[in-house]
Design a protein around this ligand. Structure first.
Ligand code: MN
Length: 160
């Protein structure tokens, strides 16, 4: 699932259920459907599974203060491999490379997350890999801004 979160800066929290938690990355520009677009994805702390349906407004002054919507949700198939052998997502996270096939409402097809650096903080990139769901003309972050749960935009959520 992916939450759009307007905190100190706008970002999209990309979360994959694995090992009973939500492995998480904050993507400042949001995900793209264009394989040429590499999107910075900063790893953030694991979140509990029940956070997957959270939307609302985190109070000002608390960590992450600001409105949150569930921008996309669905299931995924793990495609992560190491040395030609499939490995669990959590092992891929530790090894710095994860590949999943998303079956969401807005995002479909294969996406790769790859660690590109560790200093001063770990940095990853999120990229759509080439398949029949890749589409350079779509821009769902801009054209499909509404929550898949409530139908509200993050701005409407902020307005209460
Ligand atoms: Mn966030």
């Amino acid at each position: 699932m992916i939450q759009q979160h307007d905190a100190t800066a706008m970002h999209w929290d990309f979360r994959l259920e694995a090992e009973g938690v939500l492995k998480s990355w904050a993507v400042p520009k949001g995900p793209s459907t264009d394989p040429r677009e590499k999107r910075l994805a900063m790893p953030t702390e694991d979140h509990p599974l029940d956070y997957a349906t959270f939307e609302g407004v985190i109070p000002e002054g608390e960590y992450g203060g600001g409105p949150v919507i569930v921008w996309d949700h669905g299931t995924y198939r793990n495609l992560t491999e190491k040395n030609g052998r499939e490995i669990p997502v959590e092992e891929g996270v530790a090894a710095g490379h994860v590949k999943v096939f998303l079956e969401g409402k807005k995002l479909r097809g294969a996406y790769a997350l790859t660690r590109t650096g560790t200093k001063p903080r770990p940095r990853w990139i999120l990229v759509k890999t080439k398949d029949e769901h890749a589409d350079a003309r779509r821009n769902p972050v801009r054209t499909e801004p509404r929550s898949v749960i409530s139908g509200r935009t993050v701005r409407e959520m902020a307005e209460g």
